[in-house]
Design a binder for this molecule. Sequence first.
Ligand code: NAP
Ligand code: F7E
Length: 375
Amino acid sequence: MRTALITGITGQDGSYLSEFLLDKGYDVHGIIRRSSVDFRERIAHLEGRPHFHLHYADMGDSMSLVKVVGMVRPDEIYNLAAQSHVQVSFDSPEYTANIDATGVLRILEAVRVCGLDQTCRIYQASTSELYGKVEEVPQSETTPFHPYSPYAVAKLYGFWIVKEYREAYGMYCCSGILFNHESERRGETFVTRKISLAAARIAQGMQDCLYLGNLSSMRDWGYAKDYVECMWLILQNDHPDDFVIATGVQHSVREFAYQAFSHAGIVLEFRGEGLDEQGVVKYIDPKLSAVNTKLSTGDVVIRVSPDFYRPTDVVNLWGDPSKAREQLGWNPTKTSFEQLVTIMVDSDMAKVAAEGAAMKVRTNLAEYLEKGIVK
Ligand code: NAP
Ligand code: F7E
């Protein structure tokens, strides 16, 4: 049985990769951090399963990493742990560098210290943010890097240190240069999930308006579940190499919002420009108007706020996945943009409906208690 160690196992990708590797018959180990609140929602369904193990460690703590790597002695390491939010990296640049840059070095050194450098294969979660202020469109493995945030600069160190250890010590370590990938498990402050959740809440009358930043920003969005397969394929290749993982299709934040609201039953029209741009309700699906009587055509449900603008923003990411398609046999278009939006909005519509039902039960209960109907 092959053994894999995943850092960042509680994250979006970590949870999908765990499921993928368990299905392939791997013994899966992951590192987790202590938190004062429950943070394991994405992997709760896997806990207690045979061949699924969790260990406490932190990317900022070499000793904890050496201990886990030495104990697990993995055949494959997937280094997914990171402070992964670009906007947050402007607020916490030093922490981001410690985890996203030096953290990669700690993993590589842990593997060497434990004498696993010639047996353990390492996947590094690199990013399209390396292309940053893009110098070529679309971007491939040969496009020059121009990182444009503290997050991207930290990830650039991760990319180069992986390449250095491959060349200096003959280690099988590779970077997947992943373009944005989303899912129903995406963190709620990334733009796609923020939109899918808001579309569901506005459709069900639980929110009035969604505030966003740069609506014209362009991304190549794929489905996280498809992308974890490619991470695994990168480590099964006959030689270590770096690959762009993308769909090859580009859309703007505005298009994502249009598609998500349409799927929730609200057709939008965008009016105005820059900070004055608004998403206005143009048409409401009759099935929705029957449930949500508050929403009307002409309502402004999207506004732009400077709070979500970044000091430097990356606005034109578009990946060329030809190398991964040709050399790894990976299918970049398994899930289309429209299917991705549908998956996310359907999931959030169900989540919001469940939250609404739970809230109603709580309100009714409070009323019954007050009136003495129940004691
Ligand atoms: P995510 O949902 O934010 O998950 C990040 C994971 O890293 C979480 O499990 C988090 O643990 C863990 N982590 C953060 N700081 C840590 C620390 N100091 N020690 C140990 N673990 C720590 O990110 P994701 O979307 O799954 O992305 C996975 C990786 O791919 C990241 O490295 C990200 O930078 C990179 N990437 C993502 C995308 C994308 O579009 N999703 C694209 C390119 C690259 P907690 O749960 O305890 O916070
Ligand atoms: O922003 C714009 C924002 O935060 C996408 C991470 O997984 O992918 C992710 O980083 C775009 C940016 O993702 C809002 O300015 C507009 O141009 O969803 P995001 P990201 O910054 O691309 C890369 C590949 C990673 O490696 C990262 O780990 O959308 N945008 N309005 C907004 N963004 C956010 N978050 N919130 C807004 O309200």
